[in-house]
Design a protein around this ligand. Sequence first.
Ligand code: GCB
Length: 606
Amino acid sequence: MKKYLQLITCIFFFVNLSFGQTPSILNVLNRASQSLNGPWHYIVDPYENGYYNYRYEPFDQQKNTSKAAYFMNAKPENKSELLEYDFDKSDVLEVPGDWNTQDEKLFFYEGTVWYKRSFDFDPKVRDGRVFLYFGAVNYHADIYLNGKKLGTHTGGFTPFNFEITDIVKSQDNFLVVKVDNKREKEGVPTLNTDWWNYGGITRDVLLVETPATFISDYMVQYDPEKKNVLSGYVQLEGDNKTNAGIKINMPELDLSGSITANRDGLAKMDFKVKDFIPWSPGQPKLYDVILIAGQDTLKDRIGFRSIDTDGSKILLNGNPIFLKGICIHEERPGGGRIRTKAEARELLQLAEELGCNYVRLAHYPHNEHMIRLADEMGIMVWAEIPVYWTIDWENPNTYQNAEGQLTAMIRRDKNRASVIIWSMANETPVSPARQSFLTRLAAKARQMDPTRLISAALEQSIDEGDPNTKTIDDPFAEVVDVISFNQYIGWYDGLPQKCRNIKWNITQDKPVVISEYGAGAKYGFHADSLTRWSEEYQAYLYQESLEMLDKIPQLSGMSPWILMDFRSPRRPLPGIQDYWNRKGLVSEKGQKKMAFYILQDYYQNH
Ligand code: GCB
């Protein structure tokens, strides 16, 4: 409960922190905007010929930019002029969308692709400000508007934006984005992952408009310390932010309150409201919250709930809850990144059908539609950043990158009641450097948002030399609120019957949530339960695993691996995998395997 008291102290830190970088505009779906989604022309540029001259000097750092630089989007002025590119004669890719599933030649491609689109702009807000917003671009993006560089962004799964008020014109704007998805050792994620490195402008692109002074950030939370009190803050940005009055309306709660921003445009709130229905999976109640500051009116729908632990229990609104979960990659049936809310809904509906009240959104921040749908549908969420396997722990830039992704994720999703756990990492090898990296991340997450639980998908180990007794011997277990670990007994480690001999000696008095277990099966392949890749093997493994895991006294939930078969370059086995990780309970075409029903049955009876 102490953590709620920290909410107010964290506010100053959080707000200041967001202004070092270009803070991303929040709640873009409820702001005046113009979509730049749709067809964009593209040029594949493996040698980055459009970025460097033949001396390998970046064009965008030269005094006199050459027309050979792709961001100039140049055209020959006469019949003799030499230019070796032309966006408008090049093919198009749909945005949002990864390039791998749109052009066969790009299926395995990792490198640079240039995108270009032209647009006119008809402002909806008078004398307002305009931001060019990207939901996500994987992985490096260099952005140029009308031949001027706006900036760069690194990290494939978080939103970012640039103010373009003084650059955008009413007609004939051209926007060029260089996207580079080459994997790199110091990146987050690093070189090695078990998922497809889908490149491109994978999420929505919008021109977002705000008034000159606008609400740049806000957080509204339920404070269980004080009955019926909603606490939080509103941050303004702009010339008239100082001492500005802010109104907060929540019609269903009969709340109509006012607060005043301080010198820095920050206003704290602490309002008593009438009895409200706390958000929960059984009743995912969301309330309209309307914030008004000068010319700016911003609406949101927010649920109020508490999440806490008590010894080995997870408490939602004060009551113990078992997390009936499944892991999900942000991949649509048939492969490719999710592009729309409807596609996100398909996955969450499948999870619902499985009987889930919880999903682990692996292994990176998923798009905003997914989290908002989870709020609406009453599905609790574990959200994570791609600190995966062997990150470059000693590299300060890698740390900054990871922290930037964590910060952006929390900034975007902190008002979503569905998110109950921020996870710092997945299956990372224990070492002092990794311990300090992750501990720093966890401290950052707690400073920004002390109201949620912190976890990480750890690994189990053998207890005192007995291969059949498992324990959690990881110093990061001391830092987290919830002990989570992945285990593959019966798949990478023996056969399913091995589960019967396993004993658990988990000594930490904390809730335990199994973040992964599973087995590969090719849908429609039937054999006996010891034949690898058969549906029977996978079903058998689920049966044995569930019995084994039930013996963990602190067990508070699980998210087996995984809802749907997903693309992975690590999985080439012909006829079986064909570059799909087959641990889905459902095939990439949406066909349910036998194990789906075993887990469904377990969840129905739990
Ligand atoms: C894991 C990883 C996950 C993999 C999975 C597998 O432990 O966390 O990303 O895809 O195992 O299928 O091996």
